[in-house]
Design a protein around this ligand. Structure first.
Ligand code: ZN
Length: 268
């Protein structure tokens, strides 16, 4: 409190009203600025028309194209012929049937994922969802329901919205497959997966996902596509798929925006 308000109590309500007015004006001015200023590219901060990524940064994204592992969607350096699986699919087969990703998880992809997740750049979701719908066309074809990987309510509270839900909504619009964000629940808050080993990640999310009795009857016999932003080891998606298969889903596939791809090892 400054000296003036302290010495003249009668002036306080006026001052408070003035401060309120000023606050409202500032708010309105900021809103007007938001409308007047063009959207900036989420990656290079250059003004961009419409959606949040400029043409240059879009071209830098590493889209995943065939040939890739039909099971995990991991890109192959060369085409080994039809139905050849990746080493990962043979060594560590996940509970889900197939996974597809729009792009490799690199610097540009990470900028997009972080902007959507932590910086309220929900304007990115339609474009990211469109690329995902394209990458997951064969998964979405004949699918019954889209289920986003749920956040625990405590984390959802802090972040205000679920980025996987935002992507799933965009894919629903693209594909016409119904989004159901209410069927799968995260019943246990889990540690962040960042920095954990493959085994630690798996045990961290074990038993973290559940379906209510009502949700189970809705999932039974249906083909589910799980939606998430990034696939790293796939432990979270695997735990979700297990919960859905226990509820007798007929098939669970996985569609993500970006997946971690090891750089191809040099041939021996
Ligand atoms: Zn850019």
């Amino acid at each position: 409190m400054d000296a003036e308000t302290a010495s003249t109590p009668a002036a306080t309500p006026w001052r408070r009203a003035l401060t309120l007015c000023r606050g409202a004006w500032h708010h309105a001015a900021r809103l007007a600025l938001d409308v007047a200023l063009p959207t900036l590219c989420v990656s290079c901060r250059e003004p961009v028309d419409g959606e949040g990524v400029c043409a240059d940064c879009w071209a830098k994204l590493s889209f995943i194209e065939p040939p890739y592992c039909p099971r995990l969607g991991i890109p192959f350096v060369y085409d080994p012929g039809p139905d050849m699986l990746s080493m990962e699919a043979i060594a560590n087969p996940p509970a889900y049937a197939r996974a597809r990703a729009a792009v490799r998880y690199d610097e540009v992809a990470r900028t997009l994922v972080h902007a959507l997740k932590y910086q309220d750049r929900t304007d990115l979701a339609p474009a990211m969802g469109r690329w995902m719908a394209r990458a997951g066309r064969e998964l979405l074809d004949g699918a019954d329901v889209l289920i986003p990987v749920p956040l625990h309510w405590r984390r959802a509270w802090g972040r205000r919205f679920n980025q996987s839900g935002a992507l799933a909504r965009a894919i629903e619009r693209q594909s016409g497959v119904t989004l159901r964000g209410d069927l799968l629940q995260r019943v246990r808050a889990t540690e962040q997966q960042v920095g954990l080993s493959r085994a630690q990640r798996a045990s961290n999310v074990q038993g973290a996902f559940q379906l209510s009795a009502d949700a189970k009857s809705e999932v039974q016999g249906r083909r589910v596509v799980l939606i998430d932003d990034v696939l790293t080891t796939g432990a979270t998606l695997d735990a979700c798929a297990r919960a859905l298969l226990r509820a007798k889903a007929s098939q669970v596939d996985v569609l993500v925006f970006a997946r971690v791809v090891d750089t191809p090892k040099a041939p021996i």
